[in-house]
Design a protein around this ligand. Structure first.
Ligand SMILES: *Cc1c(COP(=O)(O)O)cnc(C)c1O
Length: 377
């Protein structure tokens, strides 16, 4: 019989979630509004600081879609986007009828390269089209080079959308990720660092942006007793049931970040002294990653083994691991999109693997993981 599956990243309830959900049932707030939605937003605003305003939405993807609407991205526009990411960072550009222009990563944070970003902006402008927005991602919880990316965005006066879906609890110069962009987005999907079973949020320092996001997320109803609409709306608000789970999760967020960071330490110890294998770690003390997923890269010529070999060895023992995000410019659906960069993200994709990282992985499960890795070595 197979031992029980060890997941890459699975939901981890703290204990209070069910009470908030029961409260919602008891008071019949079973709707996409209610006290849990307001309470969850308030606790997110407090956690992020920086006088941020947060709109709770049905998913991170919905938050990205609304961010593009709010920044005026329309049919025929171009939007710059980090190539190495989950497809949900880029797809909302296409929902708008706009064109994604992909940019390579740099090797230190695996996130958008400020130099290639600037080169891309210059080239698009010279071709007659200034990009309408930049989407940068804190991949696996690792902050992107915030100072450098913001400098490029400001120099060319292009708004920055900060995809912080994987980086709740990460920080840069002690400021929380999600608070740097013109608009930031968060995700509370089932595999993220905290979950509402499905959900997301839009973050902005401008209260008007929050209000407009909620307006658009609730079908864009004008003020009138009847249903009147001057704009196209969406059904993107978070439900009061899901928000109850979110309120409970906020109480354990910091503890779960610490547990994810311990998983990273666990892999640092295992792989110490493995030639050609490196554990993805903060390149500078300015950055603190939540280590949502612990990842390694394996240089097969130096290591004599491969990331795919590790993945298969773990899979044989019912332990889930996964290749890194396949860059968008290599995806069949985006083959014809413009791309600026070299082969950093491509090489990372070839050599990298994400390892089980959940805050709920037990000591026994850690021993199983360690045993498989050491046998494979
Ligand atoms: C998960 C994720 C999203 C989308 O969030 P959902 O809540 O799943 O819609 C967007 N960007 C990145 C980088 C993600 O990892």
């Amino acid at each position: 019989m197979n031992p029980e599956k060890i997941w890459l990243s699975s939901p981890h309830m703290g204990g209070k979630e069910f009470e908030y959900v029961q409260e919602a049932f008891a008071s019949n707030w079973v709707a996409p509004l209610g006290p849990n939605v307001n309470g969850f937003e308030a606790s997110l605003e407090k956690y992020l600081g920086e006088s941020c305003h947060v709109a709770a939405l049905s998913s991170g993807t919905a938050a990205l879609h609304l961010a593009l609407v709010l920044l005026g991205v329309e049919r025929g526009d171009e939007v710059l986007c980090q190539s190495m990411t989950f497809s949900a960072s880029a797809n909302p550009i296409v929902y708008r009828g706009a064109t994604p222009v992909f940019v390579d990563s740099e090797p230190h944070t695996w996130n958008i390269c400020p130099d290639h970003l600037e080169a891309a902006i210059k080239d698009r402008i010279s071709k007659g089209k200034k990009p309408k927005a930049i989407i940068a991602v804190h991949l696996y919880g690792m902050p992107f080079k915030v100072k450098e990316v913001l400098a490029v965005a400001q120099k060319y006066e292009i708004p920055l959308i900060e995809d912080s879906a994987e980086a709740m609890g990460s920080s840069y110069n002690r400021q929380k990720c999600g608070t740097f962009g013109t608009i930031g987005i968060l995700s509370f999907n089932g595999n993220k660092i905290i979950t509402t079973s499905g959900g997301g949020a839009l973050v902005s320092k401008n209260e008007k942006i929050k209000e407009k996001a909620i307006f658009l997320a609730t079908q864009a109803r004008d003020e009138a007793p009847h249903y009147q609409h001057s704009e196209i709306g969406y059904n993107y608000r978070l439900s009061n049931i899901s928000a109850g789970i979110g309120r409970g999760q906020m109480e354990v967020l910091d503890a779960h970040v610490q547990l994810r960071r311990k998983m990273h330490d666990f892999y640092m110890e295992i792989f110490e002294g493995w030639d050609g294998v490196s554990v993805f770690s903060e390149p500078s003390e300015q950055m603190v990653s939540n280590h949502w997923l612990s990842c390694i890269t394996v240089d097969p010529t130096r290591a004599g083994i491969s990331s795919e070999g590790i993945r298969n060895a773990l899979a044989e023992h019912n332990i889930e691991s996964r290749p890194l995000w396949k860059p968008m410019h290599l995806q069949p659906v985006y083959w014809d999109a413009p791309y600026y960069g070299a082969k950093i993200s491509e090489t990372l994709f070839q050599q990298g693997v994400c390892l089980p990282s959940g805050s709920n992985i037990t000591e026994k499960e850690k021993q199983r993981i360690q045993a498989v890795l050491e046998e494979y070595k």
